[in-house]
Design a binder for this molecule. Structure first.
Ligand code: AP5
Ligand code: ZN
Length: 211
């Protein structure tokens, strides 16, 4: 199973990714989590990426495409993978198509703007694992503590309201075109591609986490 979770910041991609990856035994490839790990480790890429991420912008396509191509060579990708927060621009999607990276499903999680703002403001994360909680909708067993490791949870730098608004704007301009890109490929095919088109589904992201 090889799939892409598409959706605005805060739509619940990371939350749903954990369920899907566990169910199908596939790795979650979250470019956001990979970048946050690089920031935490203080690598040159992490230092450069931090500025862009904190401002709500996107890290350059070249860096992201290199990161993902590299990740795909690891043995755990043999049975499939889930892309969370990638691709995020047309050039990223095109690079995967050109490299014939197969995709079976593209799932678009659809959530209204107001709900997103509320979700981001209550989000708490365990940086090392990428596990995500919400103070109200998905609280940890002990306040501000990760259920599995007992380590502290933090609020992401880019979850301040002004940055969230900027991220939503960037999503509209640069990522939303992927909805058309993939739904049209799924519907009409693409003679220039060496791989089969994915199936495209839109799912409502407004139920509870379990729904
Ligand atoms: P990234 O980490 O990918 O952030 P994002 O796409 O903005 O998405 P989020 O992680 O904010 O939201 P999510 O959809 O995963 O929601 P979650 O499950 O956490 O990227 C961060 C930055 O890195 C980018 O801004 C960019 O700078 C850079 N970057 C990353 N990838 C890149 C790329 N490919 N190209 C260029 N730059 C890139 O849920 C949100 C909250 O809601 C949580 O608190 C959760 O508990 C709660 N929640 C979830 N589901 C529900 C529900 N059903 N009901 C109620 N609450 C819910
Ligand atoms: Zn996420």
């Amino acid at each position: 199973m090889r799939l892409i979770l598409l959706g605005a910041p805060g739509a619940g991609k990371g939350t749903q990714a954990k369920f899907i990856c566990e169910k199908f035994g596939i790795p979650q490839i979250s470019t956001g989590d990979m970048l946050r790990a690089a920031v935490k480790a203080g690598t040159p890429m992490g230092i450069a990426a931090k500025k862009v991420m904190d401002s709500g912008g996107l890290v350059s396509d070249d860096i992201i495409i290199g990161l993902v191509k590299d990740r795909l060579t690891q043995p755990d990708c043999i049975n499939g993978y889930l892309f969370d927060g990638f691709p995020r621009t047309i050039p990223q999607a095109q690079a995967m198509k050109d490299a014939s990276v197969p995709i079976d499903f593209v799932l678009e999680i659809d959530v209204p703007f107001d709900a997103i703002i509320e979700r981001m403001s209550g989000r708490r994360v365990h940086i090392a694992s990428g596990r995500t909680y919400h103070t109200r909708y998905n609280p940890p067993k002990v306040e501000n503590i990760d259920d599995e490791t007992g380590e502290e949870l933090i609020q992401r730098e880019d979850d301040k309201e002004a940055t969230v608004r900027k991220r939503l704007e960037v999503y509209d301009q640069q990522t939303k075109p992927l909805v058309e890109y993939y739904s049209s490929w799924a519907k009409n095919g693409d003679a220039s591609a060496q791989i089969s088109p994915p199936s495209y589904r839109q799912i409502a992201g407004t139920g509870t986490v379990e729904e």
